[in-house]
Ligand binder design. Sequence first.
Ligand code: SF4
Length: 152
Amino acid sequence: MPNGEPICSECPLQEICLAKKENLTDSIPVRKIKIKRKKESKIVFLLECEGKIAIRKRESKGLLANLYEFPNVDGILNEREIQNVLKRWDLVGKEISRVGEHRHIFSHVEWEMVGIKVLVEKENEMFIWASKEEILEKYAIPGAFSWFCEKL
Ligand code: SF4
């Protein structure tokens, strides 16, 4: 009965079927509930200044709390919007290139991320600036962002 009531009277298993015996034919087998994951788009910035890369600590609550991440913003941004984000972070981009896309699946949410590499003129106060080696050894970068470590 893929999509309807079981027809027990015609079933060869009716004599031995526990679901029928216990009058549970409408609840056995239990159907799996499909979890619908929310999809979120993000732009992940690989900001580089003289060999140092910007990272920041995530908030102390919520998903990936207290871990480190590359600065990122929600949504899909065009070039002008990317420039506006850099301005907001007090950064001037000298060179901007796209490094690729990566999807990370959590239990209830799916991140679709686009990585953007930006060579910036000088560091800002807002982020931690560290070498690739320091980032890999010293900071806890969660799996969702580790794909981007290969692109540094
Ligand atoms: S519930 Fe049991 S008896 Fe009824 S159709 Fe399914 S297997 Fe057969």
